[in-house]
Design a protein around this ligand. Sequence first.
Ligand code: GLU
Length: 324
Amino acid sequence: MAHSTRYTGRFAPSPTGPLHAGSLVAALASWLDAHSHGGQWLVRLEDVDVPRCIPGMDHVILQQLAACGLHPDAPPVWQSQRTHHYQQALEQLVALDLAYPCACSRKDIEAALQLAGAEKPRHGELVYPGTCRHGLHGKAGRAWRLRTDRSVSKWPFPHAGRAQAAINSIASETPFIDWCDRRLGAQRQDVAHAVGDFVIQRADGLFAYQLAVVVDDAAQGITHVVRGEDLCDNTARQILLQQYLGLPTPQYLHTPLVHGDNGEKLSKQNGAQALDTSTPLAAAQSLCRAAQVLALPASPPPATAEALRHAQAQWLETWAQRYP
Ligand code: GLU
């Protein structure tokens, strides 16, 4: 894949359902930001989590985007065709002793956490207590986890030489990942404590979103990530992986979410309605609603091209100035 220092943005939907009003906001914002910077806008189908993907949904999403006039500047990329790249990244991490095999089932983790009197899960995810960090104790490895503690002195690092030099360059005095969101400002996370050693290859052999997204953002030369605020919390994990793999960190901007009548964020999981792009007018109306979520005052939408032109002019006056 071609690299470029030119602004390169992307929209990375998971084909687990059709686009809904919330996903269109992320698609539109990433498209507007790319176009306002004179950059290119790519689409990546994130179909790594095969059991959750619905056959044919990738093409539905591409059609919905096309109906809204959101055309990628290069052919879309499918993560399911890029497994060997994720494998290579995993091998690189293993060679540096930054990833280790884990034999724990969810039940094992829950039991270990309970024994340690540990707190409740965070966003439904358990903070891994580190059971397999120092070896499998005769058990069979099921998944691979990332070592998130960046303090070298605490690692039982068995190798010397080149790998040690790489580790030294990663080692950090501070446990925090500090980064700045273009819209939300300064962000800080101690990944080891907040999330723990997280899974990068699952027990079923599938690569985890965190690893795939980092490998692909780098491979596609993504300079700017614009996506929904629900993904903000993943960013520190992704920056940590970028540091471990020696990859550049893009700039991040997380956009407001769309909430349903029940106050919950719209998502495929809670049955968000598919975007209506059945007619040019319906598509233009959907675009205008997305523009309103981005506080881009919407005008009556005669057609998608006009709605996009209008939103773009507004974006340049507001977001591009406020969040350069
Ligand atoms: N595939 C993810 C989703 O649909 C988005 C990933 C990203 O933008 O980093 O929620």
